[in-house]
Design a protein around this ligand. Sequence first.
Ligand code: DAH
Length: 347
Amino acid sequence: MKEKIQMLKIQFQEEMKAVEKKEELERIRISYLGKKGKVTDILNKLKELNPDERRLTGKEINLLKNEITRIIDETGKILEEREFEETLSKTEKYDFTIPSLLTQGTLHPITIVQKQIEDIFKTMGFIIEDGLEIQTEFNNFEAANIPKNHPARDMQDTYYLENGQLLKTHTTAAQNYIMRKYGAPGKDETLKVLFPGRCFRNENIDACHENTFFQMEGMMIGEDISIANIIYFMKVLLSEVFKREVKVRLRPGFFPFVEPGFELDINCQICGGEGCPTCKQAGWLELLPCGMIHPNVLNMGGIDAEHYTGFAFGLGLTRLAMMKYEIKDIRVFNSGNLRILRQFKDR
Ligand code: DAH
């Protein structure tokens, strides 16, 4: 037995010298360690020996088995690396004269509309601000005059972090920060700010609801801002975006952070007002809620509501992009489907 094990070891070493490929290595592994392999064969025969011999031979054959396993594993790794290097050296041969297949990227439709509105408002003296996506409950709700347990919170369920912060449900969440950052405007001046942002809500997703969407908020504060100012700015906004006459209607709307509050609806651009899934058969789409900033909100932002008034609007940017480009399903925006998303080039 002892000689047989010795022979096996020499034979294995000889065979290993010639190995060049992983398949050859595998063949050797099977012929030694496989079910019917040479080492397995000896192991199976151990039970025919007497106890003393069995112990000695068992020890030796196990040592050999371990050694063979180790050598095969190590050689496997070396061969693998060698094969990898070879493929690399083949693929690294570039032909710089072949024209590139990459096409130029395009802006996302929401980005296009966002930039367009930013440009319009910049020419009218608005500052562009950026709000955080993770907000305190205070900024998102209390500062917007939505105290704890107010029913308006139900409509804006969102995602909460373990530390109590939340993913903001509306761009209104940045109002308090912006008021504090810039303070009340000087004599005969106004504070005009536009702040677009991504918002989140715990929504059931369908053709017109997403859990992640964009809004664009605007705010103008001064000594005698009135509803006339809102109407003027909203009209400029819509005519610039659609570059055509769009029917609108203004109706009273309730939002805790404005008083009075309005809903500015536009005639559904997808069905022309006849009713479709996008406008929930209404023919109208809520697009531009707005109103006069509630005195509590001004005061909480450190601006004295006795002396200042202001208007605010919260434009549904995602919805506006749907209307402008006649996109019927909101899910397209977050789909990453480039065949659809890269069609929108105009600014
Ligand atoms: N934050 C509101 C929402 O997401 C939208 C809104 C309504 C913003 C009226 C405003 C406003 O600034 O005046 O539902």
